[in-house]
Design a protein around this ligand. Structure first.
Ligand SMILES: NC(=O)c1ccc[n+]([C@@H]2O[C@H](COP(=O)([O-])OP(=O)(O)OC[C@H]3O[C@@H](n4cnc5c(N)ncnc54)[C@H](O)[C@@H]3O)[C@@H](O)[C@H]2O)c1
Ligand SMILES: O=CCc1c[nH]cn1
Length: 427
């Protein structure tokens, strides 16, 4: 298909998703456990992603380069072939759109493997693509776990792998990709810093800290889980954060007013609880939450719910400050100077995201320029406009999703050199 033809099909897929927003959001809530309120936002970002790449599909082009003597060259932007997408369980539908959007826009096929913990909604995406006119077999869903993922990565017909998941799995994927000389995009974990200066708008900074930590039960890769607060406002900020955290409505994720649903599964809930226990042993203070939550509704009593947790008295060398918890656990850390906080913010193996709240615009830009992270926020956190590239530095991975940048990762450039004169032979 031409770019414009692909554009039309993708726009139709985006339209169907938009039309079926409620049904898909409900499916995603059941799939993952996140609140319906949030699932709707995920679905909106998903159709916006397909719309965005539909828009780019028609304008993909190479360039013409004039050479001496009337000769010239040109480049063609060509698809890679069959791309494999492997997704995590926290944003099942959205991750599949972030991968399939640019992949299909560039003319590739995709075989997608969702996490076995959230197998459902991606199947609906495949059906929607077919309804929209995507040729049969162009977007395929294969269910399974690690073994299936390995088979896909090692398959000789696979041209590219795009992976979203943990750092340890990312390493394995990269090894397999290396053996097949396959390009790979790795969207991995994080332990991102959020820096709150004393001149920040306190109301926005508090809202930002909650957005940075408690969406999707805290199971968000780019969460700003290390909240550095300038000492002058530590007490006021902490009190306000704790007050609002305690008000978060936990429970049945399908209810309209629920803002925090259930964690993904029992082992993960136990793991998160283990981090909190260890934090206490290492001297952190639980300022609120951290315990299990049992909803009144008897049918939910065995659900994987916990109260969102704010940890005070944290030190940089504590496990809860160094490791990705991937649950609703915020660590608050005081700081005194810009120089000091930057050094501490960057002292991590991860580099996915970072944020700063301040009214001083020069300071804001200076700080984000110094942060070693791929996705930085000024005076907000965890918004995901599809127009902006997203991806990590350091162990958080490489390659970018979203924005024009993703086109580079789903296409290859062919150069054609055209001679308009005679061959000047050396022989
Ligand atoms: N950077 C991002 O955009 C982003 C987004 C969401 C989640 N994440 C990260 O994902 C992690 C949580 O997700 P998870 O627990 O599903 O991660 P995971 O690494 O356990 O699994 C991710 C996917 O990889 C598959 N997989 C597991 N082992 C494999 C192997 N050996 N070969 C091929 N595939 C394999 C899984 O079945 C799943 O589909 C967190 O670390 C989080 O930060 C990152
Ligand atoms: O979990 C990390 C951020 C994200 C959201 N959608 C896809 N990735």
């Amino acid at each position: 298909m031409s770019g414009m033809e692909r554009c039309r099909v993708m726009l139709e897929a985006a339209r169907i998703i938009r039309e079926q927003r409620e049904e898909i959001a409900t499916m995603e809530t059941i799939n993952n456990g996140k609140s319906i309120f949030e699932a709707r936002v995920d679905i909106d970002i998903s159709w916006q992603c397909l719309e965005y790449y539909a828009g780019l599909a028609g304008s993909l082009a190479g360039e013409h380069i004039q050479l001496p003597g009337g000769s010239f060259g040109y480049t063609r932007r060509e698809p890679l072939g069959v791309c494999v997408g492997i997704g995590a369980w926290n944003y099942p539908f959205q991750i599949a759109c972030w991968k399939s959007g640019p992949a299909l826009a560039c003319g590739n096929a995709m075989v997608y493997k969702p996490s076995p913990f959230t197998p459902i909604s991606v199947v609906r995406l495949a059906e929607i693509f077919t309804e929209a006119g995507v040729p049969k077999g162009l977007f395929n869903v294969v269910q399974g776990g690690a073994a299936t993922g390995q088979l896909l990565c090692q398959h000789p017909d696979v041209a590219k792998i795009s992976f979203t998941g943990s750092v340890p799995t990312g390493m394995k994927i990269m090894e397999m990709a290396a053996k097949g000389i396959k390009p790979v995009t790795l969207e991995l974990g994080g332990k991102s810093p959020l820096i709150i200066f004393s001149d920040a708008d306190l109301e926005n900074a508090v809202k930002g800290a909650l957005m940075a930590n408690f969406l999707t039960q805290g199971e968000v890769c780019c969460n700003g889980t290390r909240v550095f607060v300038e000492r002058k406002i530590l007490d006021t900020f902490t009190k306000e954060v704790v007050k609002r955290t305690q008000k978060i409505k936990i429970g049945d994720p399908l209810l309209e007013d629920t803002r925090m649903g259930a964690l993904i599964n029992r082992p993960h809930l136990n793991r998160v609880q283990g981090f909190i226990k260890q934090a206490k042993e290492q001297g952190a203070e639980v300022l609120c939450g951290g315990d299990l939550y049992v909803p009144d509704d008897p049918k939910l009593k065995n659900g994987y719910y916990m109260r969102p947790c704010v940890l005070g008295n944290c030190k940089d060398d504590m496990t809860c400050v160094k490791e990705e918890i991937f649950g609703p656990v915020m660590a608050i850390l005081p700081f005194d100077t810009e120089e000091e906080v930057l050094e501490r913010a960057n002292a991590t193996k991860f580099g996915l995201a970072g944020g700063v709240f301040t009214r001083d615009i020069q300071k804001a830009h200076r700080v984000v320029a110094a942060l070693k992270a791929g996705m930085c926020f000024i005076n907000n956190y965890n918004v995901s406009p599809v127009e902006l590239p997203f991806g990590g530095y350091k162990s958080s991975g490489f390659g970018r999703e979203n924005g024009r940048a993703a086109i580079e990762y789903y296409s290859q450039l062919k150069t054609v050199c055209v001679e308009m004169g005679d061959v000047e032979s050396a022989f």
